[in-house]
Design a protein around this ligand. Structure first.
Ligand code: 1DF
Ligand code: MN
Length: 347
């Protein structure tokens, strides 16, 4: 891979970077061995934990390292800082008790890495949505540990955060001034089958369908009317929603007016207004100028951030491509550096 020098004009802050404690792998192994294992989890993590191909082997080696190897890769890619989160699906595939106890282990480990390398690493708080009251406590504890941002890897056993039973999580995010990164997961059991048949359940397509759906559920359920200060970060250029926004606005209004669904009632504003005011978008997985320019135009330059998606999209060529985006010097500083500093409270 080509080496990328640090930029003289901005720090490059990568905002959707993954890690995995080795103890997580043991817990996942047990889930994989259970007779009723989730098919998406089996497809994704079953693959990464057993494949002998070069890419998965490289990824597994990178995920568990929070030290010299990660720093060397950042240096080779010209990355000043990683914002690191527990890789998908984290604890969300575990039973409630195991999930609640393991997020503490993962958060302690990440907080220690941040203390070791405060100028290179920022760490997000992992939570177990399975127990919303405990998740709210962990958001506060993680904040006190110096972690910034909350990672949720989309659905939890097929459940979505728009259910009021999860509102404690949003209340804690608002109270602690923490943004929530809604990161992809494989689609749940009742959505995944036609994708699995063609190998389309993972990052190639299933991830964005699942995560875009999750974010749209939050919007149309009225979550942001109840939690107007809540900020949700979406990767992958907004998980298709920015490109769909015009149609979503039209069809949402048409559906509400015709009283079609008990589950789709009027909300205070248009869906696209929430996208612009309650979301921040990262470009993880994208390096092409045209779709990025469109998203920048839609969201405004203060709400689009850089992400590499290390180690899954470990590409120095893409860093160079993004460096050369024709978006103006000021907006590029916002994109690579200052938006992330503001959103995650990096000093
Ligand atoms: C993959 C991609 C896996 C992303 C991820 O977590 C992930 C992949 C397990 O390529 O299998 O976070 N991603 O965000 O694009
Ligand atoms: Mn990712």
């Amino acid at each position: 891979m080509v080496k990328v020098e640090k930029s003289p004009n901005y720090k490059r802050i990568a905002t959707e970077e993954a890690f995995c404690p080795v103890e997580m792998l043991d817990l996942w192994k047990k889930v994989l061995a259970s007779p009723d294992c989730d098919p998406g989890f089996n497809s994704l993590i079953g693959f990464y934990m057993s494949s002998t191909a070069a890419r998965p082997q490289h990824i597994m080696k990178c995920l568990t390292d929070l030290g010299e190897q990660r720093l060397a890769h950042m240096d080779e890619s010209g990355i000043d800082r990683q914002v690191i989160a527990l890789t998908s699906p984290g604890v969300q595939v575990l039973d409630t008790d195991s999930a609640v106890s393991f997020v503490k282990v993962a958060n302690d480990e990440l907080a220690q890495a941040v203390r070791n390398h405060p100028d290179r690493f920022t760490g997000m708080i992992a939570i177990a949505p399975q127990n919303p009251a405990e998740a709210a406590k962990e958001i506060q504890r993680g904040t006190e540990l110096g972690l910034r941002g909350i990672i949720v890897n989309s659905h939890t056993h097929g459940e979505y955060l728009d259910d009021p039973r999860f509102y404690d999580i949003f209340a804690a995010a608002e109270a602690n001034g923490q943004p929530l990164y809604l990161h992809p997961n494989t689609p749940p059991r009742n959505m995944i089958q036609p994708m699995l048949e063609r190998g389309l359940d993972g990052a190639i397509f299933g991830f964005t369908v699942e995560t875009g759906l999750h974010a749209l559920r939050l919007i149309t359920a009225g979550v942001f009317d109840k939690f107007p200060k809540l900020q949700v970060i979406l990767g992958h250029l907004g998980e298709t929603l920015i490109f769909q926004a015009d149609r979503i606005d039209y069809m949402h209004q048409a559906t509400v007016r015709s009283n079609r669904y008990e589950s789709m009632k009027a909300i205070d504003r248009k869906p696209s207004d929430y996208l612009r005011n309650n979301f921040v978008i990262t470009t993880s997985g994208f390096a092409e100028e045209k779709p990025i320019r469109y998203v920048l135009d839609f969201m405004g330059a203060d709400r689009v951030m850089y992400a590499m998606d290390y180690p899954y999209q470990h590409s120095n060529e893409q860093v160079i491509q993004l460096d050369n985006l024709n978006i103006g010097d000021e907006d590029k500083v916002k994109y690579f550096q200052t938006n992330a500093e503001r959103v995650f409270g990096i000093e």
